[in-house]
Design a protein. Structure first.
Ligand code: ATP
Ligand code: MG
Length: 367
């Protein structure tokens, strides 16, 4: 469900929407309606329909849209359009959350209003008809105006039945425009569900964290997650909004928490993981890291560190050249090399640094 917010993207969605709505009631739902009412470009498009999955498939097959049918059994058909993958989800009533991941039973319903009531937050339970009418059965518009995040129905129950919603609640605090706040009942419910939320599969959590890191105010969200016990505490003075993109922000998060590899653990997109690894390496002084110096300097400055001195050698080089085993002496030699490199008028190459270490290697490594 990723995709563009351009006019031509919306035209593609409108066309698909029209085809479905001609057959049975089909609404635009979720983030696209919320973001549209806030006047910002939607991140993705979700359609909800009275058509049951076999009818959705019958209607869309052979129309030139590649379909993702893996979720069809659960009422979800992905349609590849110019606007990215649009999810077409059949209206349902959900109860009984058996394993907190797949609702115990899914029952298709004809009325969209029923479907809106099973959604997580009031601002996410808004729908738009093809004729342009906003459907609001749970006071979502009022909450949207007030930037108030509140569950549909009793907070404790709704968070308990699916603790992923605690992470989703965290995510929306990073959103703009305006200053989003949790309804007090939601705040209490998130804190009460902290243990269950921490047990949610890392990849599912990662999806929500990835979404918040792209938004304007990630540190607000991390602070709330820390205070609620979902994540380690986040220092109040650390403001990620000053870093321009998600990879720099994640590299900063790893450094602040001292948690290298966090991005891999939560399954972030490969491009982000790769760039964070480059930044991590460069920050530690690895001269072979292809991270752009400007980005590394930006990150170092944010962390309040001097820009790293890139070292054209590794610990392995030190062990080979000085003939020493792994251990603290290797780190000490690297530190000595870094101090020497920093003092040179222009960056010495690998050979020069190794020659320096070999030359002074007989001296006791006594820092
Ligand atoms: P974004 O714009 O960031 O994608 P979104 O609200 O559209 O935000 P999605 O993950 O795309 O988020 O979900 C689409 C909609 O599905 C939500 O707006 C919400 O109505 C519903 N939803 C998603 N996850 C849950 C959940 N765990 N419990 C209940 N409803 C959910
Ligand atoms: Mg969405």
């Amino acid at each position: 469900m990723s995709g563009g917010g351009s006019a031509s993207a919306f035209a593609a969605v409108r066309w698909l929407w029209g085809e479905l709505d001609r057959a049975a009631t089909t609404w635009l739902v979720g983030g696209a309606v919320r973001d549209g009412l806030l006047g910002i470009a939607p991140g993705d498009w979700d359609l909800a329909t009275a058509l049951e999955p076999p009818r959705v498939l019958a209607l869309l097959r052979g129309r030139g849209w590649p379909l993702d049918t893996r979720g069809a059994r659960f009422g979800r058909v992905g349609v590849h359009t110019r606007a990215g993958v649009v999810d077409v989800v059949t209206f349902r009533a959900e109860g009984d959350y058996a394993d907190q991941r797949h609702p115990g039973r899914v029952r298709w319903v004809r009325r969209g209003e029923v479907d809106l009531r099973r959604r997580d937050f009031t601002v996410n339970a808004l729908a738009l008809t093809r004729q342009g009418r906003v459907v609001d059965v749970v006071g979502g518009r009022r909450d949207l105006e007030a930037r108030r995040l509140a569950t549909v129905g009793p907070a404790a129950e709704r968070i308990r039945e699916d603790p992923l919603r605690a992470w989703r609640a965290v995510r929306f605090l990073a959103y703009a425009p305006g200053d989003w706040n949790w309804d007090p009942a939601l705040a209490a419910a998130v804190a009460a569900a902290a243990e269950a939320a921490r047990a949610v599969a890392p990849s599912r959590v990662g999806r929500e964290l990835a979404a918040l890191m792209d938004r304007p105010y990630p540190s607000r969200a991390l602070r709330a997650a820390g205070a609620a016990g979902l994540l380690p505490p986040w220092p109040p003075e650390r403001r990620l909004c000053r870093l321009p993109d998600a990879a720099l922000r994640w590299a900063a998060v790893e450094a602040v928490w001292g948690w290298p590899g966090l991005v891999t653990r939560i399954g972030l997109p490969r491009a982000v993981v790769r760039e964070v690894a480059r930044l991590r390496g460069a920050l530690a002084g690895d001269a072979r890291s292809p991270a752009l110096p400007e980005r590394v300097a930006c990150l170092a400055e944010w962390l309040g560190q001097p820009p790293p001195v890139p070292l054209p050698i590794t610990g392995r080089d030190v062990m080979e050249r000085l003939g020493i085993p792994p251990g603290p002496a290797v780190g000490a030699a690297l530190r000595r090399a870094r101090a020497w490199v920093a003092a040179q008028p222009r960056p010495p190459d690998r050979e020069a640094v190794l020659a320096y270490l070999a030359r002074t290697g007989a001296e006791p490594l006594d820092e």
